[in-house]
Ligand binder design. Structure first.
Ligand code: MN
Ligand code: MN
Length: 451
């Protein structure tokens, strides 16, 4: 099923499976716009399938289903296979952070009768796409007492929404002469938060009182908050035939969800299966909750320890013998912008899961280049399981580039290849994916775990 349109020979049953799977994904995506929400949803789905927190388990045996959460922002899940752990894991690794605007530590200020919230953008965005579009604020405020206050404003249809202003076209002659990277600048991405005042309270005093009333917080508490500004839109079917999904954060929940479901839906297998849902990919996978963190390695060490194997070499062997799909999105060919892609080496919507032997930019800089041997192995797994799949590059040489977490896990000397769902409008407030590709990714991930 290489380089073939999924719908070309699809039975009614297959089409129904594709569309049914998409419903579960839309529900997940709508509740998991930010990484903390994605972790919560993953734990809920996993616990419903009998997964247990590793911290609560003393001894681990074949068939055990386990998860471990890292600082509420990343998670790793395991299903223990019948072979020794040192034979290696089968790993699906996706990221659950998406480009967005974070509130600054001291975001609140008053100007011209408004209260605004200053933001600092996170990840690669075209800033001009984020103005005059409804936005939600999601995240946490942690008080000195340790109390965590969940904030979620905009997602419920009765909630207010927020937004960032843009200059009216009537007065925009200077602005319209600017280049796209300057037309809206980072410091101009400030959120309109309120506009009311009273006889004895100015707008800022008024809003601080309101915050005190609703959340019992002071202005200082913003310092210990993680508040993320994200597009308000709910995932929706896209296109008259409903073949696609429009939504915020497909990159990379559209790979995180089928990876998770592939694990949860798999029977007991020979090799231990693992799903990594990591944070901070969009800013280089750095920090304690990013893929560069020792969290994953420590979790594997914990597995071995709870299987009474404390040999350091066992940990190294387990990691080196592992095989991984770095489950991340790639850019799909867009009819409006096809000149940015090499059509012989681009991924297409509705052609199934997209593999990339390497990513990177310019002369493959930053790429984790899968070996030809591993690519051949992947082709065999896909063909034996009738998976629709394609091989591509992100775009034309010298047009730009991108990276994933592949190279980070590859440093353990395990085999890794990028494998994900093709996306249109990547990193825009509204990204587009095809339901058929989402479903083929799920089938591909399930097949991969079996070998
Ligand atoms: Mn990604
Ligand atoms: Mn990305």
């Amino acid at each position: 099923m290489f380089k073939t349109n999924v719908y070309k020979d699809a039975s009614d049953k297959k089409i129904k499976e594709i569309f049914d799977f998409a419903e579960g994904y839309k529900t997940f995506l709508g509740k998991a716009k930010i990484e903390r929400q994605a972790v919560k949803e993953a734990v809920k789905l996993a616990e419903a399938k009998g997964y247990k927190n590793i911290d609560d388990v003393k001894e681990i045996k074949v068939g055990d289903k386990l998860y471990k959460v890292n600082k509420a922002k990343s998670i790793v899940l395991f299903k223990i296979g019948s072979k020794p752990l040192t034979d290696g894991l089968r790993i699906l690794g996706a990221h659950i952070d998406s480009p967005r605007l974070d509130l600054k530590p001291q975001p609140l200020y008053e100007d011209k009768g408004f209260v605004l919230l200053d933001t600092h953008y996170y990840g690669g965005i075209k800033k001009y796409q984020w103005v005059t579009t409804p936005l939600s604020i999601i995240g946490v405020i942690v008080k000195k007492s340790g109390e965590v206050i969940d904030v979620n404003i905009g997602e419920n249809e009765n909630d207010p929404v927020f937004g960032i202003g843009d200059l009216l076209i009537h007065l925009a002659s200077n602005q319209m002469d600017k280049t796209a990277s300057k037309v809206i600048e980072g410091e101009a991405l400030d959120l309109t938060f309120s506009s009311m005042q009273t006889k004895d309270k100015k707008p800022k005093e008024y809003i601080l009182d309101l915050l005190k009333e609703k959340y019992d917080i002071t202005e200082e508490d913003f310092v210990s908050a993680e508040l993320e500004v994200v597009p308000q839109m709910k995932p929706r079917d896209y296109g008259f035939d409903r073949s696609m999904i429009a939504g915020y954060g497909h990159d990379d929940k559209v790979c995180a969800y089928p990876s998770l479901m592939a694990l949860l839906d798999s029977p007991n297998l020979e090799y231990t299966s693992c799903v990594i849902l990591t944070d901070k990919e969009e800013i280089g996978s750095v920090g304690a909750t990013g893929a560069h963190s020792y969290f994953f390695e420590n979790s594997v060490a914990e597995l071995l320890n709870k299987m009474n194997d404390n040999n350091y070499y066992s940990l190294k062997k387990t990691l080196e013998n592992s095989k991984m799909l770095s489950s991340d999105v790639t850019g799909a060919i867009d009819p409006l912008y096809s000149s940015a892609s090499d059509s012989n080496n681009a991924s297409n919507l509705n052609y199934g899961i997209a593999f990339e032997k390497y990513t990177g930019s310019r002369g493959k800089s930053g790429a984790s280049d899968a070996t030809a041997e591993y690519v051949a192995y992947i082709r065999k797994v896909m063909d034996e399981n009738n998976i629709y799949y394609q091989f591509g590059e992100l775009g034309k040489v010298d047009q730009g580039g991108g990276g994933t977490i592949a190279y980070i896990l590859a440093k353990y000397n395990m085999d890794v290849i990028d494998a994900g769902v093709p996306v249109l409008n990547m990193h825009a407030p509204m990204e587009i994916i095809a339901k058929a590709d989402l479903y083929e990714a799920y089938l591909a991930y399930k097949a991969f775990l079996k070998y």
